[in-house]
Design a binder for this molecule. Sequence first.
Ligand code: GRF
Length: 204
Amino acid sequence: ARLVVLISGTGRNLQALIDAQALGQLGAEIVHVVSNRPGVQGLDRAAAAGIATTVVDHKHFASRDDFDAALAEVIEASRPDIVVLAGFMRILTPAFIRRFEGRLLNIHPSLLPKYRGLHTHRRALEAGDPWHGASIHFVTEELDGGPVVLQGRINVGSTDTPETLARRVMEEIELNIYPLAVRWMADRRLQWRDGQAWMDGDPL
Ligand code: GRF
């Protein structure tokens, strides 16, 4: 399967996908990495792995529609079977999401449906949650609201801060679950049919 990865920054999740591919564990080939921000570390990680990169800088577009149309063209040119958002920090338009419906996954650092949006680690701490984690979900028009396909959780410790939680969720959960979800998509165990998500033949 052909995989396109969208990033905005550090690219630790991208690196996990690159590493899984190198180990033959991804079941997919990362054919293109696209960033909406120039000069970010994720672009260096892609280049070091010999993966084609493109920057589509949202600041160069007058509207969200124009940006998303340009972004969609760049992605479509790579003929992806799967498109993953890996720390991609732009809200996508309904037109974009419809165009890639069923091929688009996101990772979100919370136990969805809890804490859509930003500052998830701080919000989980403030709520006194005993558990926190990260989720992979299909992207639908509802922000962080599409069907969850995979989730990992850790215990919140009494000494955790938003910073330690962010690091633990990243290292213990995120870096492990994204390669797995991509593999499920590549193996067609995870599918999108008739407007909904299916895993091993059962609706999610
Ligand atoms: C991750 O926590 C991801 O869940 C998110 O932004 C962060 C991206 O980090 N929404 P990286 O770019 O993969 O290092």
